[in-house]
Design a binder for this molecule. Structure first.
Ligand SMILES: [Zn+2]
Length: 262
């Protein structure tokens, strides 16, 4: 079965096997979510990746454990107000689950990174939980509308409500959550607003790049990213780029501008 073969390939190439030299077993066992027919087609921006059966049977070539080996170039693109996802964008999802206390869906290609990050952080004694991963366009619309209404009820004018909401919630199709590449994290109390003061946040600040994630909306960067400081929101851009961006101290937008200028 093509789908099974694809999953097997992805499971074998998942970075958790390479990053966890001493892992006896993975903590998570991602459950495939069938969102498409047997032939897997992924559309990333205008590029379409089609995984066929022969490709799925090809054994993985990379076996090194160094995260630097993984440039994950497919994940390095901008999703923001000016760069929404293309119409018809589709993503293959994995539902991550652990002991019934949380489950979330992400792009299946990053499931191994997320699982490994949670496993390694737990080994370091911090308890990171996923608040939310992938969102459908419909869910994004709901969240956006709810925020608008919240501000209208507070007495803001429609124009003011739009203005403020646009700094807090991406519009449908313009959210990294819609791409399945962003996750909101919290500590065990599930409170994103106090997340910055937790050991879990400190651990992510130190280590998230190792698993391909950057803090996407840093403090004092609203004039660049368009969004308020979100200590809970992390975006997968690939290990190589996450390392470069973290070391640079730049936002994704600034980093891309710098790349273009080179
Ligand atoms: Zn988020």
């Amino acid at each position: 079965m093509v789908f099974g073969a694809v999953l097997m390939m992805l499971a074998v190439t998942a970075p958790d096997l390479y990053l966890a030299a001493n892992a006896v077993r993975p903590i998570i066992t991602p459950t495939p979510v069938m969102t498409q027919p047997a032939l897997v087609q992924l559309t990333i921006n205008s590029e379409q990746l089609i995984i066929t059966e022969p490709a799925a049977k090809t054994p993985p070539k990379e076996t090194a454990r160094e995260p630097e080996k993984y440039d994950n170039a497919w994940a390095f693109y901008l999703v923001d107000k000016d760069n929404p996802l293309p119409a018809g964008f589709e993503v293959m999802l994995f539902a991550l689950g652990e002991e019934d206390e949380w489950w979330r869906e992400v792009d299946l290609r990053i499931a191994g990174y997320v699982g490994q990050m949670l496993e390694d952080s737990a080994r370091d004694g911090v308890h990171i939980v996923i608040i939310e991963g992938y969102r459908t366009i419909e869910r994004q619309q709901e969240i956006y509308d709810r925020r608008i209404n919240y501000y209208l009820e507070l007495g803001l004018t429609p124009a003011q409500a739009l203005l403020v909401t646009d700094t807090e919630v991406a519009r449908p199709g313009a959210s990294e959550h819609n791409a399945g590449l962003a996750l909101d994290f919290a500590s065990g109390n599930y409170d994103v607003y106090s997340f910055e003061e937790t050991a879990e946040f400190a651990w992510l600040a130190e280590n998230s790049w190792r698993y391909g994630f950057i803090l996407r909306y840093p403090e004092d960067a609203m004039h660049i990213t368009g969004f308020i400081y979100e200590p809970w929101h992390y975006r997968f851009v690939g290990v190589k780029r996450a390392r470069e961006i973290t070391e640079s101290g730049l936002t994704l937008e600034e980093f891309l501008m710098q790349l273009c200028a080179e």
